[in-house]
Design a protein around this ligand. Structure first.
Ligand code: CP
Ligand code: NVA
Length: 311
């Protein structure tokens, strides 16, 4: 059975912990050519800096190589039907990391592909970002369970994956979003279910200060995600009052981390110099994409009994 990663909830708590441990080992000790001769297709419908570069380097450092396929080249669902693209690519490559507008596109790709499909961001989730973020949090705080993460802003793809990941790993999750921009009900219900086993507490509010109070991590993301550009002006109005600045950050614990997946819109969701705050770990987050994705590629692209992913 091939293993896909479309949602962070496809993983168990144990698998997430193993991925973090494996990524840490790879970061500290370097890697061997575990994926020698393997090829990863990077099938992207949207722009990318971090995801594209870190996946390309990750497979390269593991002895394989990546082929980047731009939106205009492939024309997913326009030039060629999505199931046909999946069946063709499966005959050439060993895995597909796909960045799509609609999460449905990923589901169709995964259904018709015989090789693993990895969600490199969709409108619903961004699991690779969030798994890397867990690695960053673990490195800085030494644990996940019992910490409180406050997300300020849009109930978007990153917020969804964070909520699911927190609910799986025993982190508490608070989100402050304006009316009409809350996380999806379906994701909330799924997270509440997961939280019954892990003990995570989930709190929703419209007040950024309430969410940030005594938090261990303050996290935000853009107000207008890729594909929502036509709504940018409306969103700027809806989210005014949701900017993360020094004042909001000061409500969190003194040693709280500030996190953002990047790219950031300075002066919108964050104040002008927040990325330079001593509490900001945003560039560590970006760096950890490489390490976590190496662990993930080894887990998904190697046979289950190779022993690498489960060590
Ligand atoms: N954080 C992130 O996924 O960045 P890119 O969109 O540049 O890949
Ligand atoms: N929510 C953002 C994340 C970018 C990494 C977007 O989807 O554009």
């Amino acid at each position: 059975m091939k293993k896909d990663l479309l949602s962070v909830s496809a993983l168990s708590r144990k698998e997430i912990e193993q991925l973090i441990e494996q990524a840490l080992r790879m970061k500290q000790k370097g890697v061997q050519a575990l994926l020698s001769g393997k090829t990863l297709a990077l099938l992207f419908e949207k722009p990318s800096l971090r995801t594209r570069v870190s996946f390309d380097l990750a497979i390269h450092q593991l002895g394989g190589h990546a082929i980047y396929l731009s939106p205009d080249e492939v024309g997913l669902g326009r030039r060629e039907a999505i199931p046909d693209v999946a069946r063709v690519l499966s005959r050439y490559v060993n895995g597909i990391a796909a960045r799509t507008f609609s999460h449905q596109t990923l589901l169709i790709l995964a259904e018709h592909s015989s090789v693993p499909v990895i969600n490199a961001l969709s409108d619903l989730e961004h699991p690779c970002q969030v798994l890397s973020d867990l690695l960053t949090i673990y490195e800085k705080k030494g644990r996940l369970a019992g910490l409180t993460l406050a997300f300020i802003g849009d109930g978007n793809n990153v917020a969804h994956s964070l909520l699911l990941a927190a609910s799986l790993t025993g982190m508490n999750f608070r989100i402050a979003s304006p009316l009409g921009y809350e996380i999806k009900k379906q994701v909330l219900n799924q997270s509440r279910e997961l939280a019954t086993s892990s003990g995570s507490q989930i709190e929703l509010t419209a007040e950024p200060g309430e969410a940030a109070k005594e938090a261990d991590i303050v996290y935000t993301d853009v107000w207008t995600s890729m594909g929502q550009e036509a709504e940018a002006e409306k969103r700027r109005l809806a989210f005014s009052g949701y900017q993360v600045d020094d004042k909001l950050l000061s409500l969190a614990k003194g040693d709280a981390l500030f996190m953002h997946p990047l790219p950031a819109h300075h002066g919108e969701e964050i104040s002008a110099r927040l990325l330079d705050s001593p509490q900001s770990v945003v560039f560590d987050q970006a760096a950890n994409r490489l390490h976590l994705q190496k662990a993930l590629l080894a887990k998904l692209l190697l046979p289950t009994n190779s022993g690498v992913a489960s060590k």
